[in-house]
Design a protein around this ligand. Sequence first.
Ligand SMILES: Cc1cc2nc3c(=O)[nH]c(=O)nc-3n(C[C@H](O)[C@H](O)[C@H](O)COP(=O)(O)OP(=O)(O)OC[C@H]3O[C@@H](n4cnc5c(N)ncnc54)[C@H](O)[C@@H]3O)c2cc1C
Length: 390
Amino acid sequence: MLDYFGLEADLGEEERLLVASAREFVDGEVEDVGQHWLDGTFPTDLVPKMGEMGFYAPNLDGYGLPNVSEKAYGLLMQELEACDSGLRSMASVQGALVMYPIHAFGSDEQKEEWLPKLGTGEAVGCFGLTEPEHGSNPSAMETRAERAGGHAGDEYVLNGSKTWITNSPIADVAVVWAKDHSEDGDPVRGFLVETDRDGVTTNEIDDKLSLRASVTGEISLQNVRIPKENRLPGVEGMKGPLSCLTQARFGIAWGAVGAARDCFETAREYATEREQFGKPIGGFQLQQEKLAEMATQITLAQLLAHRLADLKERGEMRPQHVSMAKRNNVRMAREQSRVAREMLGGNGITTDYSPMRHLTNMETVYTYEGTHDIHTLILGEDLTGIPAYE
Ligand SMILES: Cc1cc2nc3c(=O)[nH]c(=O)nc-3n(C[C@H](O)[C@H](O)[C@H](O)COP(=O)(O)OP(=O)(O)OC[C@H]3O[C@@H](n4cnc5c(N)ncnc54)[C@H](O)[C@@H]3O)c2cc1C
């Protein structure tokens, strides 16, 4: 495995163990991810197995969660995405976008009810922020929550629709972000919505050409009544969903390195075996230049990810750091997976080899959790003090 600057040598025992167990899991338990990708299915038998392995929010504490280091968590995301972005997305959504907000902003009752079963994979969660008309600008969301019977009412009624929601068709619970119209200023709030409630539908989006080994759907909410206790009490405003995205983007910055590394390893192996003009193609300077550049770009992304984890561990990581790492590392993986695909010639366009699968997956990863453009604007604002979103 490419580790040109020997970063693995500095890992602690816990981090090494998690990397080893994730690699073993991916090699032993994930059968033919290429076929799942072709079929447009997620291997749902892995949901509880990943829970058993402690892959969901292992960096959180309490409720049976292992509380590993941020670097260990990042390394785990790297290993899962080296297999497929669908696998990493499953762990990211469950851990960073569902368990994290319950852990950070939930009531004791919500934590006790959901964290243990989400942690084991007995329950699946999803995160509903994006709407059909509001993607990059979620603060314009239209989904609304209203207290039935006024301020003293026991229930909220939710109406609206969310789209592009990873796992919604297989989820037991959705963290839905909505504007609370029973309060002055209509603040954004998070609500836990069990998907079997009357008025909830979660149609699958099945014509994707990217992230095919992942279930994606909508969430339609029509007069959905939930007890007032289902509101996440600990947060108000866009910092709720945005803080979840910071956690998930951290995992993506790491995961993208895994996808690129897998492309590199596949291309390197192919180049040393495939012969043309009487010698391995890896013996030609043109192919060596591609490998040299790929290895350099992956190494730079690895260094960024490791430093990001150090900052997170020290409590010094800013969302803008995450934006830079997500933006850079995903662009790198998107570009380098294309180079790896190219090095495989015609064989490179099949599911027998991983690069084209990673390449198409990267189109989603480049777009979700803040598009590349949006992270550019976040950095631009941080560097100049001038917001340029509108
Ligand atoms: C497979 C998949 C899974 C997903 N999973 C989830 C999930 O689990 N939960 C969830 O809530 N969402 C999810 N998303 C949604 C994702 O976060 C959005 O697609 C993303 O935020 C972009 O929104 P949009 O698709 O509406 O594009 P738009 O916001 O319409 O953007 C279209 C283009 O315009 C550009 N653009 C927008 N605004 C500006 C600007 N101010 N300046 C310059 N350029 C701009 C964008 O960069 C983009 O290139 C998922 C998406 C996909 C594809």
